[in-house]
Design a protein around this ligand. Structure first.
Ligand SMILES: Nc1ncnc2c1ncn2[C@@H]1O[C@H](COP(=O)(O)OP(=O)(O)O)[C@@H](O)[C@H]1O
Ligand SMILES: [Mg+2]
Length: 224
């Protein structure tokens, strides 16, 4: 089967402007990811990894260049359309989990489905299934701070899966975890890859990067 690109970035640049100067943090990045691929992005701190992932995930916009996602030029979408693509086609996992501390585990997981307009019964059934899948069926009503870091990250993965995205983007998902919990998180990402999801993970840990099919290295905002 021919490999289909799902993410095509061409000559992407990103500038940050402060009062008196403009700093370019991404320089003409061209990069594609095929459907079902598992790619690791590595590079030193400050090399632009998170900036790049945020652009891929439509959390941020490039200064110039083109970005086609599922054959659509995302720079031509309205903000609402971009938000909808982000919510339905992309699942995010962050280093610091980004869970709502005031909500219980199940409510955290179903949140993206609320934005998507899914009814309560359907989303809660789905949320329970996903929490079972990540081994947290017994923790539905706990608050995130009653869980270990590894468990919190698994909640975040369940949340990322809520709207059945085809793409998972993870920014240092094991960065705040001990080795064992980090391994569990990687096993989950690998099983999602086997199910056919496209996965892009940022890491500066070589043992994590080596588990991907392909490693892309960034340095000073350029692919090396
Ligand atoms: N919102 C921002 N405003 C200004 N500069 C930023 C902003 N976000 C990131 N940067 C700068 O962009 C560069 C790349 O940052 P980042 O993408 O977070 O790198 P990495 O994830 O590889 O550590 C860094 O020099 C950082 O200071
Ligand atoms: Mg970063």
């Amino acid at each position: 089967m021919k490999k289909q690109p799902v993410i095509i970035l061409t000559d992407i640049t990103k500038d940050y402007a402060s009062e008196d100067m403009v700093t370019r943090v991404l320089h003409e990045i061209s990069f594609r990811v095929n459907v079902g691929e598992f790619v690791a992005i590595t590079g030193p701190s400050g090399s632009g990894k998170s900036t790049l992932l945020h652009i891929i995930g439509l959390l941020d916009l490039a200064t110039s260049g083109t970005y086609f996602l599922h054959e659509k030029d995302v720079t031509k979408l309205t903000e609402d359309q971009q938000a909808s693509v982000r919510n339905n086609e992309i699942g995010f996992v962050f280093q610091s989990f980004n869970l709502l501390q005031k909500a219980n585990v199940l409510d955290n997981v179903v949140l993206p489905a609320i934005y998507a307009g899914t009814g309560k019964a359907v989303r809660e059934t789905k949320g329970r299934t996903l929490l079972e899948k990540v081994g947290l069926a017994d923790h539905l009503l706990k608050r995130p701070n009653q869980l270990s870091g590894g468990q919190q990250q698994r909640v975040a993965i369940a949340r990322a899966l809520m709207n059945d995205p085809s793409i998972i983007l993870a920014d240092e998902p094991t960065g705040n975890l001990d080795t064992t919990s980090g391994r569990d998180v990687m096993e989950i990402l690998k099983s999602l890859h086997k199910e056919g999801k496209t996965i892009v993970v940022i890491t500066h840990d070589a043992s994590i990067a080596n588990q991907a099919e392909r490693i892309v290295k960034l340095r000073d905002g350029r692919i090396v």
